[in-house]
Design a protein around this ligand. Structure first.
Ligand SMILES: Nc1nc2c(c(=O)[nH]1)N=C([C@H](O)[C@H](O)COP(=O)(O)OP(=O)(O)OP(=O)(O)O)CN2
Length: 293
């Protein structure tokens, strides 16, 4: 007998890619369980399936920086209370020091959807009752078509896991000028923020003041530095300028929708601008501004 739950949860994280660097992603998780029926005539009560699997994914990979430990680009310098690591991708580089809880270090050379799903299957099967003998995890993304971008950020004021300085999302973007949908502008923003780190100006520091800058020879010419403290610990990040946009606000989705609308209003000062910005899947913020506002 097999049991399925589609769209059980969404994993919102960032993973390290040898080509593209930090890649914010939102994986929609479908699962299928296989095994024998229990005394209740069930494979596993749906409510337990959802709770057990969502809890495990939240604890191990959600809102984390997912690191392919065996990639040639990954150098883990220390992993005591904090993890300090560097990653040199073809397009950008980063060095990060953050609490252990902000990372998922996977024994993989590359984070692909299928390798990640197989890793999750092994981890999750151990948590299921004995009558469940197999689990298949399918990771999918929202349908291609509408414009979307991948961003990585951290919310230092968030008392939960969104404070982690390098977690991210794959997010759709909708833009209207005077009520007319503007696919061209959506596409511009999708390119601009394709694989971007969004850092708040408030958190920016000279990269040369970060605790690891001398060790890695980091300079302000090529890197932005970000630093803050929050309830889970201290966060430090150096990231290539070419993969970063500094915004004059926090990076909540409300602030980002407002930021995009304000940027557009410079080019279209006379028009009513509406921005529908997503944070991950099926949630986000709407901002409308007009010449008079
Ligand atoms: N109003 C807002 N609320 C939250 C924002 C935000 O920008 N505006 N942002 C966050 C975090 O950035 C977080 O990454 C959002 O992820 P989400 O999946 O919604 O958070 P949860 O894990 O708590 O939700 P699940 O349903 O468990 O996936 C948080 N809130």
């Amino acid at each position: 007998m097999r049991l399925f739950v589609d769209g059980l949860t969404v994993i919102d994280s960032t993973f390290l890619c040898a080509q593209r660097g930090m890649l914010g992603e939102s994986w929609i998780v479908d699962v299928e369980l296989a095994g024998e029926l229990n005394d209740e005539g069930m494979l596993f009560d749906f409510s337990h399936v959802k709770k057990t699997i969502k809890h495990a994914l939240d604890a191990t990979v959600d809102h984390k920086l997912i690191v392919p430990e065996q990639a040639a680009e990954t150098i883990i310098v220390s992993s005591d209370n904090d993890i300090l690591l560097s990653f040199k991708a073809a397009k950008s580089e980063l060095v990060i020091q953050s609490p252990l809880s902000a990372f998922a270090i996977l024994p993989l050379a590359q984070i692909t959807d299928s390798a990640f799903a197989r890793y999750l299957e092994v981890m999750l099967l151990k948590l299921l009752p004995d009558n469940v003998t197999g689990i298949t995890v399918h990771l999918r993304h929202e349908a291609e078509g509408p414009a979307f971008y991948h961003y990585t950020h951290g919310l230092k004021k968030h008392d939960g896991n969104c404070q982690r300085i390098a977690h991210g999302h794959r997010s759709r973007i909708g833009i209207w000028l005077d009520g007319e949908k503007r696919a061209d502008l959506e596409s511009n923003w999708a390119s601009r923020w394709q694989d971007i780190y969004l850092g708040s100006a408030d958190d920016e520091v000279s990269v040369e003041t970060l605790p690891f800058s001398a060790q890695f020879g980091l300079t302000d010419a090529s890197f932005y530095g970000f630093q803050y403290s929050a309830s889970q610990g201290n966060y430090y990040l150096a990231v290539s300028k070419s993969a970063t946009e500094i915004v004059d606000c926090d990076t909540t989705v409300e602030c980002l929708a407002d930021y995009i609308a304000r940027q557009l209003s410079c080019d279209y000062p006379e028009q009513l601008i509406k921005v529908r910005a997503y944070e991950g899947v099926e949630k986000g913020a709407i901002c409308e501004i007009s010449a008079s506002s």
